[in-house]
Design a protein around this ligand. Structure first.
Ligand code: HEM
Ligand SMILES: [Ca+2]
Length: 238
């Protein structure tokens, strides 16, 4: 089996630290689901993105199974598959392009994309990658090198919440195959262009749309009232 979605998810220690502090002053009140939704928003604010109001009051699930991550999109998914997986959760094509725009910050390990650099076709690298960029990526992720080495998902702007990620897709500098495909398919390309302010298309402001789509996504399958529980430790059910 290859890489499973969320297998290399990082940063649990930050969430655990916030949870420990909350439990010490106000036990059993703030859910891990709310902490995660707020931390996502704060990550955007800390990287100079715009803030948004996060509705709170979520409760945590009492079931935790890795198989529940199987319906998440994968980094080799076609645009149609990405759209279908988002649609299954009530998210449309604009939400897809907007939320994947979250890759304007953060990094990916070489193991998620180095297959695009070597023997992708009989003649070499994935033709959707800008040829000048291929050699840069090859230097960062040598064939049979360290697959855990990390590089920015938004080349040149991995720590700033901006529209540079979309410009990189336009320039053939997307890191993940699933990301670059958003520029190849017309139904998603038009949203990338609108975020880039291409003339003749109705403009969209990434910062504004991102907050809206995040609220929409963070309302999927929410537990409230007496459903679920407030976890004592985020990594396990009570
Ligand atoms: C088609 C949907 C998506 C796919 C296939 C996908 C895939 C990936 C992959 C493979 C990585 C690299 C993981 C690693 O090397 O550890 C990654 C990182 C990341 N993704 Fe996504 N992702 C998707 C949607 C999203 C969405 C909706 C968001 C947020 C709104 C998001 C935010 C991030 C961030 C911030 C990172 C960097 C994490 C870090 O630096 O540790 N992604 N994604
Ligand atoms: Ca960026």
């Amino acid at each position: 089996m290859g890489l499973m979605p969320n297998q290399l998810l990082r940063g649990y220690e930050v969430i655990d630290d916030a949870k420990t502090q909350l439990e010490s002053v106000c036990p059993g009140v703030v859910s891990c689901a709310d902490i995660l939704a707020l931390a996502a928003r704060d990550s955007v604010v800390l990287t100079s993105g715009a803030s948004w109001a996060v509705p709170t009051g979520r409760r945590d699930g009492t079931v935790s199974q890795s198989s529940d991550a199987n319906n998440l999109p994968g980094f080799r998914d076609t645009v149609n598959v990405q759209k279908q997986k988002f649609a299954d959760k009530g998210l449309n094509t604009q939400d897809l392009v907007t939320l994947v725009g979250g890759h304007t910050i953060g990094t990916a390990a070489c193991q998620f994309f180095s297959y695009r650099l070597y023997n992708f076709t009989s003649t070499g690298a994935d033709p959707s990658i800008n040829p000048a960029f291929v050699s840069q990526l090859q230097a960062l992720c040598p064939q049979n090198g360290d697959g855990s080495r990390r590089i920015g998902l938004d080349n040149g702007s991995a720590n700033k919440f901006d529209t540079s990620f979309f410009a990189n897709l336009r320039d053939g500098k997307g890191i993940l195959e699933s990301d670059q495909r958003l520029w190849t398919d017309n139904s998603t390309k038009t949203f990338v262009q609108r975020f880039l302010g291409v003339r003749g298309l109705l403009g969209l402001t990434f910062n504004v749309e991102f907050g809206k789509s995040m609220v929409k996504m963070s309302n999927i399958g929410v537990k409230t009232g007496t459903a679920g529980e407030i976890r004592k430790v985020c990594s396990k059910v009570n």
